[in-house]
Design a protein around this ligand. Structure first.
Ligand code: GLN
Ligand code: ZN
Length: 761
């Protein structure tokens, strides 16, 4: 019987690591205090996996900040500006790279594949000299061993490490990170040799880039790398893990022919083709790590169906070569259901967080070995059956409506330029109209009011009064600043998805279901368990109140269906698009209620549309199709004179520009502050764009206050490629995380830049 876990969350069941890190960073505790918390967490995780009977327990999947940064430390690839003097890399250098210090900024961070986890991007150049500079993988292995737990040390594979790196600023144009493979591998060899000497019998290399669309050169880098490592790896068992999608036929061939490798891990939950590939031929004598327990959600596994799949796989690879595993590291799911005090028993029985997934993996492995825990399996079957038939899950009317929209298209009756004309007649805005993205600073006082209302410590009347006061303050401020299209500031919202989820049916909220986003930051995604519907209007009360305070247009502010979907744990018993259409119909009703209440500008945020784009090109068109369709469903029913805005949190949309145009919003505001050039190049290349567009004119992620001149300068650059009458002037995202002391001068500069340019035009 063999079970394996690809990786495990580090934060702890109650975010112990987060609090320890933040207290250390604030100088409130010592390095030893932090290390003690980390040691305890690792120890309890290993023990828990061992107690569950796990055969292959991972080590080195803990990280103080990020596993890719750990790898950068391991190979000594510290960018010169951090003034590292060689020697073992300690907290100082490590956290400086992660978060910056008093004098130098942090290294860049980017999304880990299509998850919400962010890693620190290695910066490499021809000058990079690798050296073995962090022995963490070995010390973790030894630490577990001392506790009596034999583990599989996990390393980010050398090829994925290079493919995830970026050329350092100033590197030659022709420089490719992959060209450093030859100088990187000697460090990996040292690490492997040391692990071997310490007694390791298995090593795991995570090579998730194998699920991407790779050209022949990149694929051959894998062949090269593992051939070069072969002699060092001899005497060890080696598993190469892939996850987050299936691998292409070519990648499968490359992977399964790697020298020195004895096992291969596949994600059996994402991507439809892995099973076929394995059936079409699996190298004899090698291990298959079958990732059947989904590491990307919080749902209980369908154990009976998994057992069937595993039994079929056993027939192909052989009984002693099949290892039951998770689809990817459990880093991407919540930690432990035990700490969920608010779910009722039924809902809880449908779920499995990381700790429960470890039990599932082991239950499956035991069943394969002929020691099926009948009670465990029948409890699982009963839970699944209750989920299937529960009236909380199914709402016939919603199902019908969502199925009905799928087959037909949804578009506004008139094209965008006539709509803009009709809207202008009504709104009468100046050219280069100014607006903001929605939220205004969330003060401590404001958070306190919301918290106390939630805890029923203050009455509804007092709460409404407090929020009303805040809205009035924000409205008056915007009028003083002379902004053209106002917002109410979103003071009643804690989070742009949670706020809607809490008012829609079909959503549940955990108490401790945190997932690491980056560093010490965690998010608590809502859980969509049932058909989604809107019992009553969600924002009309606040938006109408705000509109009544001003004669200027007040934007209604909604979160779009795709963003609600992408930032939640989504039910796995129907296709994602089905759930998305349901949310779209609920938001559509809200849009129309806002219109009826006299709101003439409505913003439907799709901050997360971009990040849902599948990793593999072959799947992207389908996603974009239903995602964009869902957005259009929300807005197709309004009159020409109602102006629909959308907002997106990225500028990197050159590859999906046609889908964005196809959303058919009247105005789109986008985050842009760090990459004008990239965005403008789309339009320079002649993409036809007729709707309103507001590329953010300053970066709200930084406390820096922009000057009027620099904003005017940037708008001028945009005017060179965009028509004057479609350009809007706005910050690049919501102002929620900023202080009023920053927001006031920044918006003042923004409005004066717009006025300055209007005079010149
Ligand atoms: N309307 C939201 C806000 O301003 C948008 C936030 C976002 O794009 N992430 O806060
Ligand atoms: Zn944004």
């Amino acid at each position: 019987m063999a079970s394996h876990i690809v990786g495990y969350p580090r934060m702890g069941p109650k975010r112990e690591l987060k609090f320890a890190l933040e207290s250390f960073w604030d100088g409130k505790s010592t390095a030893e205090d932090l290390q003690k918390v980390a040691t305890d967490l690792r120890c309890s995780i290993w023990k828990q996996m061992a107690d569950a009977g796990t055969k292959y327990i991972p080590s080195n999947t803990f990280a103080y900040y990020d596993q890719v940064l750990d790898t950068t430390a391991m190979v000594g690839a510290v960018p010169a500006r951090y003034n590292w003097n060689g020697g073992e890399i300690g907290f100082d250098t490590y956290f400086s790279m992660a978060r910056g210090n008093a004098t130098i900024g942090a290294m860049e961070m980017t999304k880990w594949f299509d998850t919400n986890y962010h890693f620190i991007v290695p910066e490499l150049s021809a000058e990079t000299k690798f050296s073995y500079a962090s022995h963490k993988a070995v010390s973790e292995y030894k630490e577990a061993k001392a506790l009596g737990v034999e583990t599989v040390p996990v390393l980010v594979g050398p090829v994925s490490y290079l493919l995830l790196s970026k050329p350092a600023k100033g590197a030659e144009k022709s420089f490719s990170c992959l060209s450093l493979l030859g100088s990187l591998l000697p460090v990996y060899k040292e690490v492997i040799a040391e692990l071997k000497a310490a007694g390791a019998s298995w090593i795991q290399f995570d090579e998730p880039t194998l699920v991407m669309d790779l050209d022949a050169e990149k694929l051959s880098a894998f062949t090269d790398a593992y051939s070069q490592l072969e002699s060092t790896l001899s005497g060890l068992n080696v598993v190469v893990e892939t996850y987050f999608a299936d691998v292409s036929a070519e990648a499968y061939k490359t992977l399964t022919s790697l020298k020195g490798v004895t096992g291969f891990g596949f994600d059996l939950n994402r991507g439809a083709k892995t099973l076929d590939l394995i059936k079409s031929g699996f190298p004899s004598g090698k291990y298959l790590f079958a990732g059947i327990v989904d590491g990307r959600n919080i749902w209980a596994n369908d154990l009976a169906s998994s057992l069937e799949t595993l039994t079929a796989l056993e027939g192909i690879v052989g009984k002693d070569k099949l290892v039951v595993s998770t689809s990817c590291s459990l880093l991407h799911t919540a930690v432990d259901l035990v700490n969920e005090t608010k779910f009722d028993q039924e809902l809880k029985s449908w779920m499995a967080f990381a700790a429960q997934k470890v039990l599932e993996v082991n239950a499956l492995a035991k069943a394969l070995a002929g020691q099926k825990d009948e009670a465990f399996f029948s409890a699982n079957a009963a839970a699944l059956a209750s989920r299937k038939s529960s009236p909380r899950v199914t709402n016939e009317a919603v199902q019908k409506a969502a199925t009905a929209v799928r087959g037909s298209d949804h578009r506004r009756a008139t094209n965008v330029s006539s709509r803009l004309d009709a809207q202008q007649k009504k709104l009468n805005l100046p050219i280069l109209p100014t607006t903001t993205i929605g939220s205004f600073p969330q003060t401590i006082e404001l958070r306190r009011v919301r918290r106390e209302y939630k805890a029923k410590k203050i009455s509804e009347a007092d709460y409404v009064e407090a929020i009303k006061k805040e809205i009035l303050k924000v409205v008056k401020l915007q009028e003083e600043l002379d902004i053209d299209v106002l917002v109410h500031g979103e003071p009643e919202r804690n989070d742009m998805v949670e706020y809607f989820g809490e008012q829609l049916s079909g959503f549940a909220f955990s108490v401790n279901g945190w997932v690491q986003s980056y560093g010490s930051r965690c998010v608590k995604p809502p859980i969509i368990y049932g058909d989604v519907s809107r019992p009553k209007a969600m924002t009309v009360f606040w938006s109408s109140m705000a509109q009544s305070m001003t004669t200027r247009p007040m934007k209604g502010m909604l979160t779009g269906p795709v963003t609600i979907l992408n930032w939640s744990f989504v039910r796995d018993d129907q296709p994602r698009f089905e759930t998305c259409y349901q949310i779209a119909l609920a938001i559509k009703d809200e849009v129309e209620d806002l219109e009826k209440a006299g709101i003439t500008v409505i913003q439907i945020d799709e901050a997360a549309l971009r990040e849902g784009v599948p990793l593999r090109k072959s799947e992207q068109a389908f996603y974009l199709d239903w995602a964009v369709h869902s957005f259009r469903i929300t807005s197709c029913g309004v009159q020409d004179t109602t102006q629909i805005h959308t907002h997106m949190c990225y500028s990197n949309f050159n590859d999906i520009i046609h889908s964005i145009i196809d959303m058919d919003a009247d105005v789109i505001t986008i985050e842009n502050s760090r990459s004008d050039e990239k965005l403008l190049s789309v339009f320079r290349e002649g993409v036809k764009y007729g709707a309103g567009i507001g590329p953010g004119v300053y970066d709200i992620h930084s406390p820096r206050i922009p000057s009027t001149e620099e904003i005017a300068d940037r708008v001028n650059k945009m005017l060179a490629v965009l028509e004057t009458n479609i350009l809007w002037v706005n910050p690049d995202c919501g102002l929620k995380t900023r202080k009023y002391a920053e927001v006031k001068p920044a918006l003042t500069a923004m409005v004066s830049a717009a006025k300055l340019l209007r005079k010149e035009l």
